[in-house]
Design a protein around this ligand. Structure first.
Ligand code: C5P
Length: 227
């Protein structure tokens, strides 16, 4: 089964104050690092980036520089993350029965983990990469603890999140869930009643959201690239 990869990259970077996907390390953008391992997966047939129309030139510049040997297209993103993902799915080749969604701001994803998630999706239909929580989590209200959550049951969701096309299309295009705002595609698929499996990911597969994440990311880049 072949795979369409979707990279939502139409965020405004409001929390960071800048568009994190275009930050550079060693002359390569975070976006380029996030895409590269997918290019080397034989299962992947196409990659679609959902970007704001104002960023098309910057995305194109990244792609030109990277000179990937695989089809990478750009589609206009939407107001919410789900609008961006919807637009990309509409453009994808319907022959690809698996949809793999990966945040553009997770540059430390490995080919072996992507392939593990795709393999699991073929048998289970819906899978996310996640890591067990090492922190104890507290449910709070007004900075007071209401409840301590049993850490042993808690996993932190990452991407890639991989779904059979029929499942993600059902969840994303069903009008019942149109106004359900989510922060990852799995939430929507869960809401639509499907079981979602987990493949254990890597703590290094961080999402660059804040300035502190960028500090951490630079340290990881240095370590990985032997800089
Ligand atoms: O806002 P957050 O950090 O959760 O965004 C996660 C991902 O969703 C980012 O890769 C961002 O570019 C993408 N996004 C999008 N379209 C939007 C909002 C966010 O593609 N309208």
């Amino acid at each position: 089964m072949s795979v369409s990869v979707i990279i939502p990259a139409a965020g405004k970077g409001e929390r960071f104050g800048d568009k994190k996907q275009f930050l550079h390390f060693n002359n390569k953008s975070v976006l380029t690092y996030a895409i590269t391992p997918f290019v080397f997966c034989n299962e992947v047939n196409e990659i679609i980036i959902a970007a704001s129309k104002y960023d098309t030139k910057q995305v194109n510049d990244c792609l030109k520089l990277a000179n990937f040997k695989k089809k990478v297209s750009i589609v206009e993103g939407g107001l919410q993350r789900q609008d961006s993902v919807r637009n990309a799915i509409k453009l994808s080749n319907k022959k690809n029965q698996i949809i793999c969604i990966h945040d553009c701001v997770r540059p430390f994803i490995f080919k072996s983990l992507i392939q593990k998630a795709i393999k699991k999706c073929i048998s289970s239909g819906a899978v996310i990469v996640a890591v067990p929580s090492t922190d104890t989590l507290k449910e709070t209200k007004d900075l007071r603890i209401k409840k301590t959550i049993d850490r042993d049951k808690i996993w932190k969701a990452q991407t890639p999140q991989v779904f059979k096309r029929s499942i993600i299309e059902h969840a994303l295009f069903d009008l019942k869930y149109e106004n359900f705002l989510y922060t990852d595609e799995s939430s929507l698929v869960e809401q639509a009643g499907y079981d979602v499996s987990i493949v254990e990911g890597s703590p290094l597969n961080i999402k660059i959201t804040t300035k502190d994440d960028w500090l951490l990311a630079k340290a990881i880049f240095k370590e990985i690239n032997n800089d």
